[in-house]
Design a protein around this ligand. Structure first.
Ligand code: IPE
Ligand code: IPE
Ligand code: MG
Length: 251
């Protein structure tokens, strides 16, 4: 079965040059990429990890400040135990083999999600990677693991309720800024663009609050085939969009 050809057409692209500060990507299509080659799903996830490295380089080279990658959703725990084990093993491998290199490249690493579900050992490794790279000043890589936007919003509500119960906050002080500050992404600007690969047109519980005004870019390219050229296409599409934020056109 042939692999889907890129469908991002030049007609959709604009001539502007503004580079987004924050690019977020729903990395989808690993399983279909593997199936198209008669390979097990894990082969697709491995190839997807290589696409992460390529995309990270491309983003850093173009001066993108923040790259958020959706690697495992809170709903992905519904996959078979074998696939969950394959994905966590791959994550562990990636951490062990790539973190030092990312650190040398001045990348700051953050993880968002219900990380505790991965178990103490892995959480310790994630925290070590965050700690090691915390003072880096290059691109911030935010990896979403066991992440779900609704769960994150419920967590923020709990945090606010606790602050009110302690007497640190009045209920009428709860505004958009207060809620944003209680999210896992606190301190990180909202994504300018959310990309989803593999031809699916949904958010699947990704950055529900933060993505309120993100430009959405969908491509049929399967995640393991995503590369620098695809990243450039995304940047061109973004540069060609007019962002209004509710104001009148051109206003
Ligand atoms: C994305 O690829 C990776 C994860 C969600 C972990 P999929 O595994 O969802 O691949 P498809 O959608 O089955 O092709
Ligand atoms: C979304 O992809 C989550 C990630 C890419 C990590 P899924 O493949 O899990 O999403 P659905 O199930 O098709 O919505
Ligand atoms: Mg999928």
């Amino acid at each position: 079965m042939p692999v889907a050809a890129p469908v991002l057409r030049p007609a959709q692209t604009g001539g502007g040059s503004s580079v987004p500060v924050h690019v977020a990507i729903i990395m989808d299509g690993n399983g279909r990429w593997a199936a198209a080659r008669g390979l097990p799903r894990v082969a697709g996830h491995r190839a997807g990890a290589e696409a992460v490295t390529r995309t990270l380089r491309a983003a850093a080279r173009r001066g993108v400040g923040y790259l958020t990658l959706y690697a495992f959703s809170s709903e992905n725990w519904r996959r078979t135990p074998e696939e969950v084990t394959d994905l966590t093993s791959l994550l562990r491998y990636y951490l062990r083999h790539k973190v030092a290199e990312l650190h040398r490249e001045n990348v700051r690493i953050r993880f968002i999600g219900d990380l505790e579900r991965f178990g103490r050992d892995l959480v310790d490794e994630l925290r070590r990677a965050e700690h090691l790279t915390a003072a880096n000043t290059g691109l911030t890589l935010q990896l979403a693991l066991s992440y779900g936007g609704r769960g994150e919003l419920a967590l923020a509500a709990r945090r606010l309720a606790e602050a009110v119960a302690r007497g640190d906050l009045c209920a009428d002080q709860i505004d958009e800024e207060a809620l944003s500050g209680c999210l896992l992404t606190a301190g990180v600007p909202d994504p300018d663009v959310i990309v989803r690969t593999s031809g699916e047109h949904r958010l699947s519980n990704f950055l529900l609050w933060q993505g309120a005004y993100a430009e959405l870019v969908f491509t049929d390219v399967l995640w393991p085939d995503f590369d620098e050229a695809q990243f450039e296409v995304v940047l061109r599409i973004y540069a060609g969009r007019e962002r209004r934020f509710g104001a009148r056109p051109g206003g």
